[in-house]
Design a protein around this ligand. Structure first.
Ligand SMILES: *[C@@H]1O[C@H](CO)[C@@H](O)[C@H](O)[C@H]1NC(C)=O
Ligand SMILES: *[C@@H]1O[C@H](CO)[C@@H](O)[C@H](O)[C@H]1NC(C)=O
Ligand SMILES: *[C@@H]1O[C@H](CO)[C@@H](O)[C@H](O)[C@H]1NC(C)=O
Ligand SMILES: *[C@@H]1O[C@H](CO)[C@@H](O)[C@H](O)[C@H]1NC(C)=O
Length: 903
């Protein structure tokens, strides 16, 4: 009862989630033990153990209980890795989720210099950074250009529970050797092996990251509250504004500072809790280090993050920035990027649990045509299978899947089917039989196949941590194995936390056994990652590596972006869930996972029509755009409402398709730079601190600011325009506004506040078609937003075939457009090939150019194509709002041109 009362107080009012199913820190033995440390744990470096080499050092550290080994290695591009593990002679090896990294051994960089002092060892890097290992008490400080930016163990919380031989239990040790939660026992045969330490972000007022939580973008002070929990869980109707764990985990956060931002990746796949403590530098051990002529320590903000994991090692990657672009590139070098998705995946997806049968599928997809609403993909949830046996179709309702798929394909549409990791226990089911025979299932603590309950009833779970199981899994997607499918079928991996209805916290027992002798507790957060990676490999292989796969996963880990898109799971049809989808997607984007979305309309419950419209408007500007709903909800295909609602939804989806050339270009640029497509403001406006924690608005790329309406009956929208001395144009009215500043615009049911940033050029489809495939052939309108000085704007466009890997062999085009004031009487617009390796010559042409902020009076304009003979252009000029529109300039997107505008 006491515990109930506390949990109640901690989280505020109860919503639908059954919170009692999930632990708070106090109910998790290791979290509680770490959190109750008050005195520093007293580690120091054993001095004569320090061995320096060309790229770093290794050493031993000890306190009264333990001796540990430490290595500090400098990596390429201002990144430093710190690894702390048990000393030689450990009873068991510890798990490291190294497959989350692009390279299991990230490239090292030679040191410029190293220096041994009485109480410190200093490493100077060729990037101009400095790493200082302080011997006593043990601490590691990081400096960028002589400013301290980060420190590990400055609070002395390092705790490392070593594997021990089991001895007679004292009461005190009880939680160490076994634990019970809601009558389910964790036998802990090897005892506790938790690890934890603090990481200080010096100079950072804000920290962002560590998805997934239904929380605001800015991480909050957790000291008087619960720490953020990272433990992949299937949480039914999750609540918003809560640090509770959800479906996926990326143990990465970034401390933001105007001059020096810093990221930290905690590479550990076990259950992890993260404590955040906002403070100032004078309050801790680092006060002396920040002291200099200009700043007083008490004016230096600091965020102490503390990571606590149930098992594994301490493996920290510090990325030293210093600028936001650098931070994203450095993270991408570690955990990778999303390769350019197949273009259809950026269109609109229609899903439901469930479309009943082939007739239903046909009616829905034809409904989109009939109602003039774009659609690229139809989704089939679990009921399409033969009694929840994945890789099969129901024999009655989906008797002829080939017909259904080719009907969709003839209309340039795709099908996505669901394939979950729990395998129906059924001696007649081929997948079950093969996995069992080949010993590919997770084992329980006794070494038998682990059994749990999920959709099919009794089920077993593929052990994707086993490379053999991944290979086998990938093979199941071959067209001759997954009968009825072809290249137009892509895959959805759900329930892969994994969800076990009969398990503790609705997941797998922690003492279950995986490949290599590891326990489930060691690998839990990387389980889903391995499933969707294997799915991706299978889809790629089934087409001889020719077609780009699309995989959606609910569970994820660091590195998931390389093979999956993710969505925010089972949200609810209420305004709050619409509102919180924004910070959730921004946190994912910040942690390196760009292809993200939330179920439009909300999964549970029936949205009122206005909410549904607003959600479509938000989803149209989020990377992954899918309507989905629970089987108990009313049908909600867009035409089932009154015509005002249907019109507004159609308009939102069409707006998405109109901006597809821009979206596609942004995904290409993400793959090169690591920058997300849906962007938090600090990435674009580091000079404007007041905008950094904004989470009701976002940027799409660097050119487009979006604010959807997020509350009922709105008569207007207020927008904050970030940046310093910039100009913004209302997308629809072209009206210019200075920044920083707030504006209000009137709102009706069709309003999505959109602002075009001065200095950028955005390509947009002039006339939208009903699928991405047809849309991509359409002419483009170039929207030029002239900068505040009135002399410049630029932008890009990327094109390829939208589905294959031929872009790797030069079958692509990446072009730039520049608007420039040459002198008072001449402005030009030019195009340039930005990557000469791209050989694609496309038929796509520009049928209109819109110049916003044209602060000149054009007299005439002409275009030069490759024959250098000027041709006169027709244009209109509106001097009231400085708008110039050039019709049919005759320019192609992938050919050089120059337009002169004389004034
Ligand atoms: C330097 O030592 C560290 C820690 O043992 C090791 O990881 C790294 O590979 C070594 N570097 C070289 C160049 O041998
Ligand atoms: C080592 O340096 C740290 C940080 O400057 C200081 O707090 C500590 O007292 C020093 N220890 C010794 C033994 O000099
Ligand atoms: C249609 O739905 C909208 C909300 O999307 C609502 O505002 C309007 O009143 C409805 N119109 C009719 C005629 O019911
Ligand atoms: C666009 O202009 C900005 C500002 O001059 C520049 O930093 C950027 O590299 C340009 N982009 C391209 C693709 O040329």
């Amino acid at each position: 009862m006491w515990r109930l009362a506390v949990a109640f107080l901690l989280f505020g009012t109860l919503q639908a989630v059954d919170r009692q199913n999930f632990k708070v820190c106090d109910q998790s033995g290791f979290c509680k033990r770490h959190r109750s440390i008050v005195e520093p744990t007293g580690y120091e470096v054993i001095k004569d153990s320090i061995k320096l080499n060309e790229t770093g050092l290794h050493a031993k550290i000890k306190n009264k209980d333990n001796t540990l080994k430490l290595s500090i290695v400098v990596l390429k591009d201002s990144t430093v890795r710190v690894l702390i593990d048990e000393d030689e002679g450990a009873l068991r090896p510890r798990y490291q989720p190294l497959d989350a990294l692009v390279n299991r051994e990230p490239e090292q960089q030679k040191l410029k210099k190293s220096k041994e002092e009485e109480n410190a060892t200093k490493l100077l890097t060729t990037d101009g950074n400095r790493v200082v290992l302080i011997h006593k008490p043990f601490r590691i400080d990081f400096y960028v250009k002589d400013k301290i930016v980060n420190s590990i163990n400055s609070k002395g919380t390092l705790k490392f529970e070593q594997f021990k031989k089991k001895v007679l239990l004292t009461d005190k040790e009880k939680g160490f050797w076994e634990e019970t939660f809601k009558e389910i026992k964790d036998t802990k045969p090897y005892g506790s092996s938790s690890v934890g330490v603090d990481i200080a972000f010096v100079g950072a007022k804000f920290v962002f990251g560590i998805p997934e939580h239904a929380e605001g973008y800015q991480l909050r002070d957790t000291r008087t509250y619960e720490p953020y929990r990272l433990y992949n869980l299937d949480v039914f109707e999750y609540e918003t504004n809560s640090p509770m764990a959800l479906y996926g985990s990326i143990p990465y956060l970034v401390g933001v500072n105007q001059k020096r931002s810093v990221g930290a990746l905690w590479l550990n796949a076990a259950e992890t809790w993260v404590e955040i403590e906002p403070t100032t530098a004078d309050k801790g051990a680092l006060a002396k280090e920040v002291l200099d002529a200009e700043t007083k320590p008490r004016n230096v903000p600091q965020q102490n993050a503390r990571f606590i994991s149930e098992s594994g090692v301490i493996d920290i990657f510090i990325t030293l920035g210093p600028q936001p672009n650098d931070i994203f590139r450095q993270l991408a070098a570690l955990t990778g990027v999303t390769p350019i998705p197949p273009e259809f995946a950026l269109g609109y997806h229609q899903s439901r649990w469930n479309y009943k049968d082939q007739k239903d599928v046909k009616e829905v997809h034809e409904g989109f045509v009939k109602n003039d609403i774009p659609l690229d993909v139809l989704w089939l949830d679990i009921e399409h299978t033969d009694k929840k046996a994945y890789f099969t179709f129901d024999k009655d309702n989906f008797a002829k899947p080939e017909e259904m798929i080719s009907d969709l394909a003839e209309n340039n549409r795709k099908l996505v089917t669901i394939v979950d990791p729990h395998i129906k226990k059924d001696g007649k089911y081929h997948i079950y039989k093969e996995a069992k025979k080949n010993k590919l299932f997770v084992k329980d603590v006794n070494g038998d196949n682990y059994e749990g309950n999920c959709w099919p009833g009794d089920s077993m779970y593929v052990d994707y941590t086993n490379p053999k199981a991944r290979k086998w899994w990938a093979e199941q997607f071959a067209f001759d194995k997954y009968k009825g499918t072809d290249k137009n079928v892509h895959i959805w991996n759900d329930m892969n936390e994994p969800s076990v209805f009969s398990g503790p916290e609705i997941t797998m027992h922690k003492d279950a056994k995986h490949h290599g002798g590891f326990e489930h507790r060691d690998v839990h957060n990387v389980y889903g990652f391995y499933q969707h990676s294997a799915t991706f490999d299978g889809l790629k292989a089934r087409s001889n590596n020719e077609i780009r796969p699309f995989v959606l996963s609910r569970s994820f880990f660091a590195g998931s972006q390389r093979t999956a898109a993710v969505w925010t799971g089972d949200n609810k049809a209420d305004w709050n869930h619409l509102r919180y989808s924004i910070p959730m997607l921004l946190s994912l984007s910040t942690a390196g996972l760009p292809f993200v979305g939330a179920d439009v309309g909300g999964f549970f419950g029936d949205p009122e029509e206005e909410l549904l419209v607003r959600w479509y408007q938000a989803g149209a500007f989020q990377p992954f755009f899918r309507g989905h709903s629970h089987q108990d909800t009313k049908r909600r295909e867009p035409w089932l409402f009154n015509s005002t609602t249907t019109d507004a939804i159609r308009q939102a989806i069409k707006t998405r398709y109109a901006f597809l050339p821009y979206w596609y270009t942004l995904f290409y640029e993400h793959a090169k730079s690591g920058k997300p497509v849906m962007r938090p403001f600090w990435l674009e406006f580091i000079e404007d601190e007041s905008s950094w924690d904004e989470d009701r608005q976002w940027m799409v790329g660097s050119g487009l600011l979006v604010k959807p309406v997020q509350e009922p009956s709105a008569k207007e929208v207020s927008i904050y325009l970030p940046g310093k001395r910039q100009v913004w144009y209302d997308w629809h009215t072209h009206k210019a506004r200075p920044s920083p500043g707030a504006v209000q615009i009137p709102a009706d049911l069709n309003t999505i506040a959109l602002f075009h940033r001065g200095g950028t050029i955005i390509p947009k489809t002039s006339e939208v078609k009903l699928t991405t495939k047809e849309n991509r052939e359409q002419p483009i309108t170039l929207y030029i937003a002239v900068n505040q000085k009135g002399d410049f704007a630029n932008g890009t466009i990327y094109l390829d075939d939208g589905e294959s890997y031929s872009y790797e062999n030069g079958d692509f085009a990446y072009w730039g457009f520049t608007f420039k004031k040459e002198h008072d009487y001449l402005h030009t617009i030019t195009s340039t090939n930005l990557d000469k390796k791209g050989k694609l010559d496309s038929d796509v042409y520009i049928d209109k150019i819109v110049i916003r902020g044209a602060k000149f009076y054009p007299r005439n304009a002409h275009i030069f194509l490759d024959d250098f003979i000027p041709e006169d252009l027709e244009f209109e000029f509106n001097r009231d709002n400085f708008l110039m529109e050039i019709e049919n300039p005759g320019a192609y997107v992938t050919r050089e041109f120059k337009i002169d505008i004389h004034s």
